[in-house]
Design a protein around this ligand. Sequence first.
Ligand SMILES: [Zn+2]
Length: 293
Amino acid sequence: MLTDSHAHLYWKNFDEDRPAVLARARAAGVTRMIVVGTDVASSRAAFALSAGEPELYPTAGIHPHDSCAAGPAERAAIEELCARPECVGVGETGLDWFKNFSPRAEQLESFLWQLDLARRLDKPVVIHCRDTHEDTVRCLAQFPGVRGVMHCYSMGPEELAPYLEAGLCISFSGVVTYPKNDANRAAAARVPQERLLIETDCPYLAPQGQRGKRNEPAFVVAVLAELARVRGEGAEELARATTANAALLFGLPSSGSAGLQPGSVSSPSSSLHDPGGRKKKENGAGLEPGAPG
Ligand SMILES: [Zn+2]
């Protein structure tokens, strides 16, 4: 069983064949996916999609690119979504000085607001960081103890320390398979196994071999294989570890009995770690069928 810890499955370029995409994922062993929202509309779409599918779990947040379009009304909507028991994380948030689609001051303000929200709700935060290492670390330093993941970690081993010291998980994407990314592979070799996650960030960042195509959750297998290679660990072992790490971080049922007996899962670590996640599980069967889209 594999967990794609970051998938934008509501994206319009999945509209034509989403059931087939999900079927291919499950056939490849990728049975669990975190569906990550990036603004109010996409977060609502993530919730609607996850309500109708097993083992899909939504987050809600405002991506740095969208931070300039998010005022008080949008933040209130995101906060309401994040507080729902079925919501497993806050974000995608973070900073992006590469594209700078939103002014830096607004990105910073939005990131700090979501870090605070994650801490208030005791939910993990999903962090995007592109050319913003120092500012990201500075923001995180204001929220000691906040839980979360550096999503699509694309830097090298030199930048890892502050994120590991902050207690964050590190998630690798198809970027780790690109021939030029030796530094990213060196980082992947150094992350402690209990902090490691894998993701596609689909529809973006298809792994080498599928590059240029639309990415999809089934392709996370290539990320796992590359991590196994550079770390000298078995793919099976890493599949188990990354799925268990995602379950612990996002408060999902323990992987052994995932999806079999709602409400009966009793992973001591996940229940201790994230009472909110347990609540999600207990309420999981009662998700209203026509959840708002
Ligand atoms: Zn993303």
